[in-house]
Design a protein. Structure first.
Length: 656
């Protein structure tokens, strides 16, 4: 890869926050932001220590702040002790026990409200139930559930007893679930009979059964099943327990397990550029601090807010801005089981109207889908309660940003376009809404205390308006601590030697003349589809595991709704079919295969067949050529090094 990356984004529109918004903001005006940045630069450890003492309730105060002695395995507040669930629930009981914590809207629009007092009781009861199964501090628990009050209860209960949870998105297949249970050596799986999405019953417990039947899951001694849909399910009396039976008679108070600040709170698996998923391990104290200060600064949180992050808890956004950040701040938040297009494309707007949502945080994918399905629909609803909008998951294109700003926000709500990752735990670069004049498509400026740079492949800073690798130059409290069970992979993935000790984000970016950051895409082969990170290698490996397939290469191409579409180039073991119907049938079979093995989100949008793949004489697949072909662009690259240049025409044939 060249040391310079060309930027094609040209955007000159600027939208400053209103004077009224600036006046009421938690961080008000550029001078306040710059003062915070200076404080961090002048006394980095003192800056974070002050924030940790102000925001977190410590059972045992910390004296050590940052330990860099075993870099890159950094430790923050290492001699302090706390409990994350205590910080999310118990701390509010004396001041706002009867405040609504969760407004849960089910797929069928039934609404359930839960106060902090009630949520605390339910978490304690389930925590005691987990302890009754001999689940204890340090044990791993896989959670494979629908969006619900219960999934938040399950996560908080694990945190309460010091168990390490690993939430797996409910759309993942049995194979994906099996890999994660096995890698974490989980002792228990918490699931439901099924989930309701878009009026359909989608099984969960049968997927768990399939995952265990694949082997490698002998560590599991308990499967706890929440009855959501009343579906008939297979029952293994040795393993399976009903949620309602397990909590019956359990006490509604539970002493929290006080843990070291560095105790792992959760493992969250994310696709890597090699086939095996990466278990991103987060700490307790540093992670919680990041979730809290970003709620305060980026979402400008106020006690009167009705906060709604639409993410599933299977992703890091649902961890930080559904399960932990809002509850630690004492917020009232909306939790939604369903999908934005059921029963119609007005669902989000109707929910904002009925729950009087003030802060709305969703993905560009959802925004683009809703524009396509009903761009004028928001105008039919009263969205006057909104005061702040946010986007997450991928860069938002300027056209979608403008629609979001003018139609949904009625040109009065700032948009916080947030850049961060599973590995960073919370926002890294985002406009503080009472400070920054926003530009459509830019995540703008780093949070105070987050030291970012754009460098070339030798780790040297590049000039403004020139693209390069996005890095974070100083360790920060909420960052990944390691890859579960694979510290060497952690070191190589995020702290390669040529980055000179900086955290390599894996995204390319550029800084404009005003110092605003623009994210340009991945520097490796990880795709972002509908806000989800998918490793190309994982999809390629799955395709290659099909008996018909000899070889496969997967690339992404721009997609107006999903961000990136998956394009697979496949070489079959037998003769390449030429009959259109036969080609289509093979393609459909392969798409179904990927859906079964990984999950529907990973199904290729297009499959193209060739007698072989474009390779150099050394055998390296020329992926840049494949990306060019996938986009339908003219090939301008040098193809003289190809072993088989004639193959390029063959691969232009599309099967959808």
């Amino acid at each position: 890869m060249s040391t310079s990356i060309e930027s094609v984004m040209q955007e000159t529109r600027v939208f400053p926050p209103s004077a009224a918004f600036v006046e009421q903001a938690n961080v008000s005006g550029m001078a306040a932001y710059e003062a915070m940045c200076r404080a961090a630069e002048q006394d980095y450890e003192g800056y974070w220590a002050k924030l940790a003492r102000e925001n977190i309730v410590w059972h045992k105060p910390f004296s050590a702040v940052l330990d860099e002695s075993n870099a890159p395995f950094f430790q923050w507040f290492a001699d302090g002790e706390l409990n994350v669930s205590y910080n999310c629930l118990d701390r509010h009981l004396a001041t706002q026990a009867d405040k609504t914590a969760l407004i849960f809207e089910a797929d069928d629009a039934k609404v359930t409200r839960v106060t902090y007092r009630e949520l605390h009781a339910r978490v304690c009861q389930f925590a005691n139930a987990l302890r009754s199964r001999n689940i204890k501090k340090g044990d791993r628990v896989v959670i494979y559930m629908p969006m619900s009050i219960e999934v938040i209860v399950a996560m908080q209960a694990c945190a309460r007893i010091g168990a390490i949870h690993s939430v797996v998105f409910g759309g993942f297949s049995s194979k994906s679930l099996n890999e994660r249970i096995e890698d974490a050596t989980a002792c228990a799986v918490i699931t439901a009979d099924a989930q309701m999405r878009g009026g359909k019953v989608m099984p969960l417990k049968p997927v768990v059964d399939e995952a265990l039947a694949m082997g490698g899951c002998d560590s599991v001694h308990s499967i706890i099943v929440y009855r959501r849909a009343g579906s008939e399910i297979f029952w293994n009396a040795k393993l399976d327990l009903w949620w309602h039976d397990l909590i019956a008679g359990q006490d509604t108070s539970c002493e929290p397990e006080w843990v070291n600040s560095e105790h792992p709170l959760f493992i969250l698996y994310t696709s890597g550029s090699t086939g095996k998923p990466k278990g991103v391990q987060h700490s307790s104290g540093g992670y919680l601090l990041g979730a809290m200060v970003s709620m305060k600064w980026v979402f400008d949180y106020k006690p009167s807010d009705i906060f709604w992050c639409t993410a599933d808890v299977g992703w890091v956004t649902g961890h930080s801005y559904v399960c932990y950040g809002p509850l630690a701040m004492g917020a009232t938040q909306v939790v939604f089981e369903g999908i934005p297009t059921f029963p119609d494309a007005g669902r989000f707007w109707k929910m904002i109207q009925s729950h009087k949502v003030t802060t709305f945080y969703t993905a560009p994918t959802a925004i683009r889908s809703l524009i396509k399905l009903g761009g004028e629909l928001p105008k039919q609803y009263d969205l006057s309660s909104l005061r702040l909008l946010g986007t997450v998951g991928e860069p938002i294109n300027p056209e979608a940003w403008m629609w979001y700003y003018t139609v949904v926000g009625q040109s009065r709500c700032p948009i916080v376009d947030t850049w961060w990752q599973t590995e960073t735990g919370c926002h890294m670069i985002a406009p503080l809404p009472g400070v920054v004049a926003t530009k459509p498509g830019s995540c703008t400026l780093p949070l105070p205390g987050i030291m970012t740079a754009i460098v070339n492949e030798a780790g040297e800073a590049v000039p403004r308006e020139q693209g390069g690798f996005l890095v974070i130059t100083r360790p920060f409290p909420s960052q990944i601590r390691t890859i579960w069970g694979d510290p060497e992979r952690y070191r190589k993935s995020y702290f390669p030697e040529d980055m000179r000790g900086a955290y390599l984000a894996g995204d390319s970016a550029q800084c404009d003349k005003d110092g605003y950051f623009w994210i340009m895409g991945r520097i490796d082969d990880v795709l972002k589809v509908s806000g989800h990170r998918l490793g190309t290698m994982e999809i390629e490996s799955t395709l290659a595991a099909n008996p018909l397939v000899a070889e496969a290469a997967v690339v992404g191409k721009p997609h107006e709704i999903k961000g990136e579409a998956i394009v697979a180039f496949v070489v079959l073991k037998g003769a390449r079919p030429h009959d259109a119907a036969a080609v289509k049938q093979v393609a459909e079979n392969l798409r179904a295969w990927v859906g079964e093995k990984i999950g529907p989100i990973a199904k290729p949008d297009e499959i193209r067949f060739g007698d072989n793949l474009p390779k150099t004489r050394s055998g390296k697949i020329m992926r840049r050529l494949l990306r060019t072909i996938a986009r339908g662009d003219e090939i301008t690259q040098d193809v003289s090094t190809l072993e088989n240049p004639a193959i390029l025409e063959q691969l232009k044939e599309v099967v959808r």
